[in-house]
Design a protein around this ligand. Structure first.
Ligand code: HEM
Length: 135
């Protein structure tokens, strides 16, 4: 299950890094082409969504021995809360991407850059917390 947890992690965090680097590549194109490039690149958000679901399912299973002592583990509680925050942020980003694909891409895509950075930072924070809790 931990192996599957790590595969979910690779898919989730991999999506964040991919979006960061695709964003850098897109910013070097002329604005209209860059927007189209990024709109197409949002297809990769599906991988992030699958990664989050895999993390949740395997994480819930891995939690089996820890539920009883959850109250005494503030870092673990923080990790779980950050996970909920992360899922919400990814939901907002995906919905903005969907709206941008339907039209008025410029307006919808503005918020996507800071959102993407926030998601990456949150995911990195969760990894650090997980290692602090379990190592
Ligand atoms: C973005 C979301 C998540 C990330 C980045 C993440 C990351 C990690 C990492 C890096 C580890 C390994 C820590 C180590 O062995 O040093 C780990 C273990 C673990 N994770 Fe997650 N995790 C996420 C979501 C979740 C969720 C939602 C749950 C529970 C509902 C969960 C429960 C656990 C548990 C219980 C372990 C310890 C397994 C063990 O060794 O007994 N994780 N996680």
């Amino acid at each position: 299950m931990l192996i599957l947890h790590f595969i979910g992690l690779a898919m989730g965090l991999g999506t964040s890094f991919a979006m960061l680097f695709l964003g850098i590549a897109g910013s070097k194109l002329e604005p209209a082409k860059g927007r189209e490039f990024m709109l197409n690149a949002t297809a990769i958000l599906r991988m992030g969504q699958i990664g989050i679901v895999v993390l949740l399912i395997t994480g819930l299973y891995l939690m089996t021995p820890y539920w009883a002592s959850l109250g005494e583990q503030p870092l673990l509680i923080t990790k779980l809360i950050l996970f909920i925050v992360l899922s919400g942020l990814l939901g907002v980003l995906s919905s903005k991407a969907r709206k941008a694909r339907k039209g008025d891409a410029e307006a919808h895509m503005k918020a996507m850059v800071p959102l993407g950075r926030l998601i990456l930072l949150t995911a990195l924070g969760i990894v650090v917390l997980a290692v602090m809790v379990f190592r």
